[in-house]
Design a protein around this ligand. Structure first.
Ligand code: FMN
Length: 158
C-alpha cells in the first residue's frame, strides 16, 4: 500500500503546524502518512515512502540547514527516489521574504532526485506559504495540498 511522509524543520512551531495540517489531510484522503521532524529522519527512510512532502522555514531565502543536510545525505540514494511524488512548503516572517524561493529550492532538489512535482493552478502555486503563524488561509492551502498529494499518489501507484 502507498505511504506518505511529511518532514519538517521548525524552531518556533510555524512550519510544524503546517506539516501537521498537510499530514492530516493526506491521512484523511486515504494515504497513510507520517509526520516527522527532520532530526527523526534518515536519508534511507525516504525509500519507504511514495510521497515525500518537505517543509522548511525560510532562512535567508533558502531551506534551513537541517533540510539541506537531509538532501545532501540522500545523494547516497541517487536514482532510487526516482518517480516518487514530492511537494514543499515554507513559513517566513515577511511577505517577499523568500518563502517561494525556499520552496523552489526544495523542489529543485526533488527534481534532481527524479521526483514528480505537481503545481497548483488554483491554490498556492508552488506549495503552501505562511507569513508567521498559519492563519485560516494557510490552513486551507495546507489541507488542499495534502489532499491533492494523496490523490496524485493514489493515482500513480494504483
Ligand atoms: C536564521 C534565520 C533566517 C531567517 N531568514 C528569513 C528570511 O530570509 N526571510 C523571512 O521572511 N524570514 C526569515 N526568517 C524568519 C523565519 O522564516 C520565520 O520566523 C518562520 O516562520 C520560522 O518558522 P518556524 O516557526 O517553523 O521555526 C529567518 C529566521 C531565522 C532564524
Amino acid at each position: 500500500m502507498a505511504k506518505g511522509i511529511v518532514i519538517y524543520y521548525s524552531r518556533s512551531g510555524n512550519t510544524k503546524q503546517m506539516a501537521q495540517i498537510i499530514a492530516e489531510a493526506m491521512n484523511n484522503a486515504g494515504l497513510p502518512t507520517d509526520c516527522k521532524s527532520v532530526d527523526k529522519v534518515k536519508a534511507e527512510d525516504l525509500l519507504k515512502f511514495d510521497a515525500i512532502v518537505i517543509g522548511s522555514p525560510t532562512y535567508y531565502g533558502h531551506m534551513a540547514g537541517p533540510i539541506k543536510q537531509l538532501f545532501d545525505e540522500a545523494v547516497s540514494l541517487h536514482g532510487r527516489l526516482d518517480g516518487k511524488i514530492g511537494a514543499a512548503f515554507s513559513s517566513s516572517a515577511n511577505i517577499g521574504g523568500g518563502n517561494e524561493t525556499t520552496i523552489m529550492g526544495i523542489l529543485e532538489a526533488m527534481l534532481i532526485a527524479g521526483m514528480v512535482v505537481w503545481g497548483d493552478s488554483q491554490g498556492d502555486h508552488y506549495g503552501p506559504v505562511s507569513i508567521g503563524k498559519p492563519d485560516q488561509r494557510v490552513e486551507k492551502q495546507c489541507a488542499r495540498r495534502g489532499k491533492r498529494i494523496a490523490e496524485l499518489t493514489q493515482k500513480l501507484t494504483a
